[in-house]
Write a protein that binds this ligand. Structure first.
Ligand SMILES: Nc1ncnc2c1ncn2[C@@H]1O[C@H](COP(=O)(O)OP(=O)(O)OP(=O)(O)O)[C@@H](O)[C@H]1O
Length: 260
């Protein structure tokens, strides 16, 4: 496996954090506000209550982790916050807009413009090169032709893969694939980045590299980053760590090493 040159990744500069105004005095601090989220999965006459009334607020520029045991409802909650699943109760405001009240068409457009999503399994098209995978996503966001090519190459350079633009996914390591997926998620410069277990399939070095990338997005570019993870390595860069258990939010604690 090709080693990652960590020196090519931008450094995390904690001093560059935006000054956070207390929520009570500012109306712009909420990137994500979920209230009373419930999710009942139905199968025939059976129903399973996966979320039982979950509230969560994430401020602009914060890295929020969502942790908890298997089956506690993390992926369900993330999918609802990303507008992929519709909750059976409660509402979700992203960037001040209630996505649970949007039409399907408006929601699809809102997601394209504002959310970059990173999947555990990378979800790259196997027949397309690294660059083409990003270009296809940019095309969906209305960025085409030379503009898409240029932005795609810029994004690959940002994740340290400028020399892999023509590689197919099968010719990339797991960490490189995930960095392509991160680059793709950054296309169009979305305000919200959501990631489901982004480091689960990665070794230590690649896991740290992807973690550093996500941390830099939040701290140097003011993006709000929500990550479902079991990976304690990501805790080092988190601002808040929420614990879900049995469909309920047990806690949401400010992480001690944040804001050093
Ligand atoms: N489509 C579905 N239909 C029925 N039940 C579901 C569905 N998706 C998830 N569940 C159930 O809802 C609960 C929460 O699932 P979810 O995938 O959100 O948990 P998780 O915390 O992300 O788990 P893991 O860490 O194992 O990925 C589980 O009991 C799961 O079996």
């Amino acid at each position: 496996m090709t080693a990652i040159d960590l020196t090519r990744l931008p450094r995390i500069d904690r001093s560059a954090q935006p000054i956070v105004t207390p929520a009570s005095t500012c109306c712009h601090s909420g990137a994500i506000a979920a209230t009373g989220i419930e999710m009942a999965y139905r199968s025939g006459s059976e129903s399973y209550q996966a979320l039982k009334g979950v509230d969560l607020k994430v401020k602009t520029g914060d890295i929020q982790l969502l942790m908890g045991p298997s089956g506690s409802g993390k992926t369900t909650f993330l999918s609802i916050l990303a507008g992929i699943l519709t909750p059976t109760g409660g509402n979700v405001k992203l960037l001040g807009e209630d996505i649970t009240k949007m039409s399907k068409k408006d929601l699809a457009q809102f997601r394209l413009e504002n959310i970059g999503f990173i999947f555990q399994g990378f979800n790259l098209f196997p027949a397309l090169s690294a660059l083409e995978n990003i270009e296809v996503s940019l095309n969906l966001k209305g960025i085409r032709g030379q503009a898409a090519r240029k932005q795609g190459l810029d994004l690959l350079a940002q994740v340290g893969l400028a020399d892999k633009a023509k590689n197919l996914p099968r010719d990339l390591s797991g960490g490189q694939k995930q960095r392509v997926a991160v680059a793709r998620a950054l296309g169009g410069d979305p305000a919200l980045i959501m990631a489901d277990e982004p480091t689960a399939a990665l070794d230590s070095q690649n896991g740290h590299a992807v973690t550093a990338l996500l941390a830099n997005l939040a701290k140097q570019r003011g993006r709000s980053v929500l990550i479902v993870t079991h990976d304690p390595r990501i805790m080092d860069v988190a601002d808040y760590v929420a614990e879900l258990e049995d469909g309920l939010l047990q806690s949401n604690v400010r992480h001690q090493t944040a804001n050093k």
